[in-house]
Design a protein around this ligand. Structure first.
Ligand code: ZN
Length: 228
């Protein structure tokens, strides 16, 4: 059993690589942002998650999410841990994209993963990319309405109006991909997510650094190479 964790700033191309890797290596693509989006979207008025006796109101989480801030770490890791246990029980190999995002996440999720999958079977792929590149990429990104496929901006895709995979309309993500919001997301990443590299080191976990500024095909090739 195997777990790959894709790590890197917003716009590093985690979504594209995750899709490619999940397919190539037959991994279950676990995407916390999707779990969060689902939970928040389906939340009824006044709904809350109760974790260790404390109530977390989902309307508040939705506001965080909408404005580019991270949802409460407790809530995210709670949803995520439940999902991981469920998938491990089914014998699924995992590809985790975009988690852990904070030290609280990591301290909760990494021990669970180690316990279920074994420390030596967990590999962290760190996609490195500059903040300028991130800003540019995110402000040009569109997603499809139906499946939320992410369409990167390029000369081949700039005139596309519909998703090549399912035919649904391509739209900009409201709020999340505005430059101001991206700047907040980058700051959150720098302050809350990057420090995780120290944690991974302390835990003696395998971290593989990959240059994320190359084309998706080249990045994919170098990830496969580094995995041997
Ligand atoms: Zn699509």
């Amino acid at each position: 059993m195997q777990v790959l964790i894709l790590f890197g700033p917003p716009g590093a191309g985690k979504g594209v690589q995750a899709t490619l890797l999940a397919e190539e290596l037959n991994l279950y693509h676990l995407e916390p942002s999707k779990i969060i989006e689902e939970q928040i979207m389906k939340a009824a008025k006044g709904a809350f998650a109760e974790i260790k006796g404390k109530k977390y109101f989902l309307a508040k989480e939705k506001k965080f999410w909408r404005t580019g801030k991270l949802c409460s770490a407790e809530v995210i890791s709670f949803w995520l841990e439940n999902k991981i246990r469920e998938l491990a029980k089914l014998g699924k190999n995992l590809l985790i994209e975009g988690a852990p995002r904070t030290l609280t996440d990591a301290e909760r999720i990494i021990p669970v993963l180690k316990d279920l999958y074994g420390a030596k079977n967990i590999v962290i792929i760190f996609l490195e990319i500059s903040p300028q590149e991130t800003l540019w990429r995110n402000s040009h990104r569109r997603i499809c309405q139906l499946m939320r496929h992410s369409i990167l901006y390029s000369s081949e895709t700039k005139n596309l109006k519909y998703c090549p995979l399912d035919g649904s309309k391509l739209v900009k993500r409201k709020g999340l991909d505005d430059p101001a919001t991206i700047k907040i997301r980058l700051k959150e990443h720098r302050e809350k997510t990057l420090p995780l590299l120290k944690y991974f080191k302390k835990e003696k976990m395998k971290v593989k650094k990959i240059d994320g500024s190359l084309s998706p095909a080249e990045v994919f090739k170098s990830i496969l190479k580094t995995l041997g």
